[in-house]
Design a protein around this ligand. Structure first.
Ligand SMILES: [Zn+2]
Length: 490
């Protein structure tokens, strides 16, 4: 079994000390790979640049048996094959120890950080795998002061994790500190944990009631929850911050500033509901191109707009449908999504499919003018369009929910993954007729969508209005509109 040990000799320096013991070696050479990207952010990350010194030794157990001396630098020869892949000549050794130091000094939802009171590790940043052995169980021992608590989707025994394989390990970030707070609630026999680190005292009663409501709604809509437990790991900073990353049975959320109060709580609700829906949509209902994840290079997929757009739409919609948000609050969030799309990239050249593919190129950075569309914002706008089309055609008896339920049954629970063609087929099956013009205009094309959205919103008592500067406003024509009430579950 491959065993990792993570400690920090000098937390003030922000360095982690990492040891990896590889046993059961029967080949002349092995290759180690540090992931070149992480699930949840589809761009190359180059984590290996944080490795300060990297050394390979014959294992202590081997020396005790025969050599009787301390390991020496360079005892086992190795070469780099790529920026984050190492070839190690095993020289007949059956066990090797790799040691390196990793600079952990970034506080966001996908990095690692250590100081005197926190050890935060995204294992995907800093633990390499042995080629060909990703499916084996492994062990990770955290060397921490005894008063530390651990927030993580993986269970631990005395600070030792035993993931069933490398994939589980790198999909389970860990936040450890003596100052963690935690409360739990249950939905359908699933335990939900809400963790906080930082100078923020939540109104626990309200928070647990709100979280219970949107979690119950999501589980009810999707039929069942994919995991046995789920952890919201919240780290509240003193500086302005908004970042969440989805994982199988946890989400890592970093928000700030801690002084913001109500605004921070609204952000927390929005991002938490969004990330929870990812437990289905992308963690399980996953693009076939990413089955399984290839951590050595880009994993291109054309359906980023389903993963992020549908999730952006439902993250907020579940909040109003479950009674956490009022109609006014929801329509404000919807207006924000519409503004971001129409005001910022309504004139962009690319289609959603092109921008999904190019996520790896410029999905998370400022793109050049009028090139990229946001798979989040335009993805949410086209999700609204499809949902309202289905709702109007079937008098709210069917909706985009029906599409997502079928995707969960056929491509999520089965673990087979879906393609763009599968998505279109399921949408058409639910709609009962061809959606070729919707896919041509909204998904594969780049025509302006304003009049299409307004035509649909009209039946819901809503209209988008533009002023002379091109600024958008969502006008509520009829707050008591029956379709609006049915849509928002009010
Ligand atoms: Zn997301």
């Amino acid at each position: 079994m491959i065993k990792y040990k993570i400690s920090s000799e000098n937390p003030q320096s922000h360095f982690l000390n990492i040891e990896m013991v590889i046993d059961n070696i029967h080949t002349d050479s092995i290759e180690l790979q540090l992931p070149t990207w992480r699930p949840g952010r589809y761009e190359l990350q180059n984590f290996a640049k944080n490795i300060q010194r990297f050394e390979v030794f014959s294992s202590p157990s081997h020396q005790e048996k025969g050599l009787g001396r301390q390991p020496l630098l360079g005892e086992v020869s190795f070469y780099k094959l790529t920026k984050d892949r190492w070839l190690i000549h095993t020289s007949g050794l059956q066990e090797l120890t790799v040691r390196f130091t990793y600079f952990a000094n970034v506080q966001n939802a996908g990095s690692s950080f250590v100081d005197e009171s926190v050890m935060y590790v995204n294992f995907v940043n800093c633990l390499p795998y042995v080629e060909g052995r990703m499916d084996e169980p492994c062990k990770v021992e955290m060397i921490l002061p005894s008063d530390y608590k651990i927030a993580c989707g993986m269970a631990h025994e005395n600070f030792v994790f035993s993931p069933k394989n490398y994939h589980q390990l790198v999909d389970s970030p860990m936040l450890a500190s003596p100052y963690l707070q935690c409360k739990t609630y249950q939905v359908d026999g699933v335990d939900f944990y809400v963790w906080f680190l930082g100078n923020y005292i939540p109104n626990w009663e309200k928070l647990l009631s709100d979280f219970q409501k949107f979690s119950e709604k999501q589980v009810k809509v999707m039929g069942d929850f994919p995991e046995k437990n789920y952890h919201f790991i919240n780290w509240i900073l003193t500086t302005s911050f908004y970042h969440g990353v989805e994982h199988r049975n946890s989400t890592m959320i970093v928000l700030g500033p801690d002084s913001e109060g109500d605004g921070l709580y609204t952000d927390l609700l929005g991002v938490s509901s969004h990330e929870l829906y990812h437990a289905w949509n992308i963690c399980k209902i996953r693009p076939v191109e990413m089955m399984p994840y290839d951590f050595t290079k880009e994993n291109y997929f054309p359906t980023g707009f389903v993963a992020e757009g549908v999730t952006t739409y439902y993250g907020d919609l579940f909040l109003v449908q479950s009674g956490v948000f009022t109609q006014e609050q929801y329509l404000q969030e919807l207006e924000t999504v519409l503004k971001r799309h129409f005001e910022q990239d309504g004139k962009a050249f690319q289609s959603l499919v092109e921008s999904s593919f190019d996520l790896w190129l410029d999905g998370y950075v400022q793109a050049i003018p009028h090139r990229r569309v946001s798979i989040y914002q335009k993805g949410a706008v086209v999700a609204v369009i499809l949902d309202l089309m289905i709702r109007l055609r079937f008098g709210h008896q069917k909706s985009l929910e029906t599409v997502m339920q079928i995707l969960w049954e056929r491509f999520g629970k089965t673990g087979v993954g879906y393609s763009l063609e599968d998505y279109q087929r399921v949408c058409e099956e639910v709609y009962g007729r061809s959606l070729s013009s919707y896919f041509k205009d909204c998904i594969n094309g780049n025509i302006p969508l304003g009049s299409m959205v307004n035509e649909l919103l009209d039946a819901f008592g809503l209209q988008i209005q533009w002023n002379e500067e091109g600024k958008l406003h969502l006008e509520i024509l009829d707050a008591e509109n029956e379709n609006l009430k049915l849509w928002l579950n009010l």
